[in-house]
Write a protein that binds this ligand. Sequence first.
Ligand SMILES: *[C@@H]1O[C@H](CO)[C@@H](O)[C@H](O)[C@H]1NC(C)=O
Ligand SMILES: *[C@@H]1O[C@H](CO)[C@@H](O)[C@H](O)[C@H]1NC(C)=O
Ligand SMILES: *[C@@H]1O[C@H](CO)[C@@H](O)[C@H](O)[C@H]1NC(C)=O
Ligand SMILES: *[C@@H]1O[C@H](CO)[C@@H](O)[C@H](O)[C@H]1NC(C)=O
Ligand SMILES: *[C@@H]1O[C@H](CO)[C@@H](O)[C@H](O)[C@H]1NC(C)=O
Ligand SMILES: *[C@@H]1O[C@H](CO)[C@@H](O)[C@H](O)[C@H]1NC(C)=O
Length: 398
Amino acid sequence: MAAFFAAVLFLLVLSPIITVYSLNQAVYSSTSAYNCKSYTVPLRNISAPSFNLTFEIKTQWDITDWTINEARRDSATAFNGIAGPSTVAGDFDISARFCTPSKLTERAETVLVMTHGAGGDKTYWDPTFAGGEQYSLVQAALAAGYSVFHYDRLGAGQSTKADPHSVVQFPIQVEILALLTQLLLAPSSPYTLNVSIASAVHFGYSYGSFITAALASKYPELTQAISLTGYSGIFDYFNIFIAGWQSRVATLLDSTRWGDLRTGYVTPVDIYADAYSQFKSPYFDHSVVEWASSGRSPYAIGELATLGQMPYDTSNFNKPVQVFQGHYDLAACGGNCDSVLNRTALLWPKASPLNITGTFPAGHAVNLHHNASLAFAAMLDFVKRNIKVAGNLLFDPA
Ligand SMILES: *[C@@H]1O[C@H](CO)[C@@H](O)[C@H](O)[C@H]1NC(C)=O
Ligand SMILES: *[C@@H]1O[C@H](CO)[C@@H](O)[C@H](O)[C@H]1NC(C)=O
Ligand SMILES: *[C@@H]1O[C@H](CO)[C@@H](O)[C@H](O)[C@H]1NC(C)=O
Ligand SMILES: *[C@@H]1O[C@H](CO)[C@@H](O)[C@H](O)[C@H]1NC(C)=O
Ligand SMILES: *[C@@H]1O[C@H](CO)[C@@H](O)[C@H](O)[C@H]1NC(C)=O
Ligand SMILES: *[C@@H]1O[C@H](CO)[C@@H](O)[C@H](O)[C@H]1NC(C)=O
């Protein structure tokens, strides 16, 4: 299918704030090592392929039955929830944050573009609780010299909460990631604190990994390498994940917190359902799940319904691919990645190099487990080894 996106306004809105990085005042005081800018990217008249769904989630009964349909052992043939193909178009505001080291080296010309999973938002990459920096891939990447862009996907965090059935679906998330990448790579981009970005490396977590894999398949020219976590590319274990996730209509579950969301936005029923799907004892601190759960951003039902409906062919991507897996990942590996990830390798036959690791002691949310710094070192080592810096121009002449 062709690309449908069109006009993009290069406008900065909502009074972009230039901030000194100050997650932890004690560590990052006024002599900050990083510069960051939070902004909204207005995407206008964006269009993408979409799907009409056969169902609508209005009540807790609806989402409970949907869970059964997705979890039953024959769900692949008995239920797909798709009525037929369509297209979607609209204006969307994407909330994002760009950071770059204060002391620029050539590495800063490479931006690491990070796409979060379903049910979370961009803070997955840069946790905001006290002590959260040990779980921050953003800070690890900045310390290694790279620029970083992370954003709230459509329907999540501070980004537009579009129709959760017909609009917030898989294909448009892929188009949005492609557009954002183009904006970062554009000459004199208003989104990069005047750093001239020469190349992008894409990081994904969970649903964000599928989006990243699709971007690499459809727009290989936009990325130099990809690094995926919470991903095997295998759907065999999706049902035990869906079953235990126990989604509920967010606005009916907690109207104080989510009263402004339409009923197609759903969320795990409680903190333990969150822990079930993303964490593995004893490799995490409960306080981290408390933070993650308190910051939940309900996901659009259209996203899960359309994941896998539009095939993206990963078999021709010939750039570096890393899959860094928590050994006990439930959704991707059924709780044990042994003998699963060799099938993942078959999905990326031309990746060069292909580096798949499935031994790290963690569940799905690798970044939020103990020793995350070791995982970050492996991820950033992969980038360092496989990405050449352009080595020319650091700043826009303008
Ligand atoms: C929106 O994009 C479509 C193509 O996808 C185009 O036909 C249409 O003219 C555009 N509308 C505006 C207002 O730019
Ligand atoms: C999809 O929905 C749109 C809008 O309701 C409708 O015009 C179109 O005919 C539908 N397509 C299919 C295949 O059901
Ligand atoms: C970027 O460059 C422009 C033009 O030189 C300047 O006005 C602006 O302050 C710079 N922005 C930053 C964040 O350095
Ligand atoms: C993956 O490894 C397991 C265990 O070694 C083996 O049984 C299985 O056949 C392998 N699958 C593929 C696709 O190589
Ligand atoms: C991983 O974290 C645990 C708990 O913090 C610690 O006891 C262990 O030594 C760490 N392992 C490594 C290899 O650093
Ligand atoms: C794959 O990554 C691991 C962990 O970073 C590293 O030790 C190993 O050398 C890499 N293998 C290849 C073939 O690049």
